[in-house]
Design a protein around this ligand. Structure first.
Ligand SMILES: Cc1cc2nc3c(=O)[nH]c(=O)nc-3n(C[C@H](O)[C@H](O)[C@H](O)COP(=O)(O)O)c2cc1C
Length: 241
C-alpha cells in the first residue's frame, strides 16, 4: 500500500489551497493510494531554534526527542511521525507575501532535524520519498512559493515527479478553473505513479558522502579538463592577458 499525506498550510479549511489538495489526494486514491489530509494550523508548530548552527550534530530527530529543546512543546513530533510513515507528501499553501504561509516555513525549518540525520545515521529520513507542491494566491507569488518549496524539498532528499506542482492565482473559487483542477489531479496521480516506479530503488540512499580518495581523484581530473579547456580557449582568444 502506498501512503500519501496531504499537508494543508492555510488557516481556512475550506479555501482554494484545501480544494486543490483534496483533488490531488482523490487522484492519489484513484491510483490506489491510502491518503490523509492534515491541517498545519491544528499543530501549533513553533520556529526552529537553530541548534544546528552552533554545531551540526546538535540537530537530530530521535523518536524520544530528548535532545531537541522543543521536545513535546508543540505539534512537530506528531506531524513528523506522519511524514515518516508516508511514502509521499503533498504540501498545499496559500501565498502570503510572495512566499508560502509561515506555518509551512516553520515546518520546513523543523524538518531539518529529519534531513540532518544524514550526519547521524548516513541517510536523511526523507531520502527517497516523493513530494508535490500546490500554491494558490490572488495576484502574484505562487511561482516564488513553489520555487522555494521545491528547492528545499529536493535538498532534503525528496523526489518531485513530472507535473509535481500546481499553481493558481485568482480571487474566485478555484474549482471553476479547469486547468488548476486538472493540474492538481495529475499531481496526485503522478505522486503515486512515481512512488510505484521508485519502489525497490530506495534501498541505497540517494546521497552519499564521497570518500577522501574519491574526492582527490575527482578534483584532479576536473582540474586537468578545465586546464586543457583553458589552454584551448587561450589559443582561440589571443587578446586575453
Ligand atoms: C497575510 C496574507 C498575505 C497575502 N499575500 C499574497 C501575495 O503575496 N500574493 C497573492 O497573490 N496573494 C496573497 N494573499 C492572498 C491569498 O494568497 C489568497 O487569499 C489565497 O487564496 C488564500 O488561500 P486559501 O483560500 O487556501 O486560504 C495574501 C493573503 C494574506 C492573508
Amino acid at each position: 500500500m502506498i501512503r500519501v499525506l496531504g499537508i494543508h498550510a492555510s488557516p481556512r479549511k475550506y479555501g482554494n489551497s484545501f480544494k486543490l489538495l483534496w483533488i490531488a489526494l482523490r487522484a492519489a486514491e484513484n491510483e490506489g493510494a491510502e491518503t490523509e489530509i492534515i491541517h498545519l494550523y491544528d499543530y501549533n508548530i513553533g520556529p526552529c531554534f537553530a541548534c544546528y548552527s552552533d554545531y551540526y550534530l546538535n540537530c537530530r530527530y530521535p523518536k524520544e526527542r530528548k535532545e531537541c529543546p522543543l521536545s513535546g512543546v508543540d505539534g512537530f513530533g506528531e506531524v513528523a511521525e506522519k511524514i515518516l510513515a508516508s511514502d509521499a507528501v503533498v504540501f498545499s499553501t496559500p501565498v502570503y507575501w510572495f512566499m508560502a504561509s509561515g506555518v509551512l516555513k516553520n515546518l520546513f525549518d523543523r524538518m531539518t532535524s529529519l534531513e540532518n540525520m544524514i550526519y547521524h545515521v548516513g541517510r536523511s529520513l526523507l531520502d527517497g520519498k516523493v513530494a508535490g507542491v500546490i500554491a494558490v494566491g490572488e495576484e502574484a507569488g505562487a511561482a516564488m512559493a513553489l520555487s522555494w518549496a521545491l528547492l528545499t524539498l529536493v535538498n532534503m532528499g525528496f523526489h518531485i515527479p513530472a507535473w509535481g506542482t500546481t499553481y493558481y492565482h485568482g480571487k474566485g473559487d478555484v474549482l471553476e478553473d479547469k486547468q488548476a483542477v486538472s493540474d492538481a489531479y495529475n499531481l496526485g496521480l503522478n505522486i503515486v505513479r512515481a512512488t510505484k516506479r521508485l519502489r525497490g530503488s530506495n534501498e541505497a540512499p540517494w546521497y552519499r558522502f564521497i570518500g577522501e580518495d574519491e574526492y582527490e581523484s575527482l578534483v584532479e581530473e576536473a582540474r586537468k579538463v578545465a586546464e586543457k579547456n583553458k589552454a584551448e580557449q587561450r589559443r582561440e582568444r589571443p587578446w586575453l592577458k
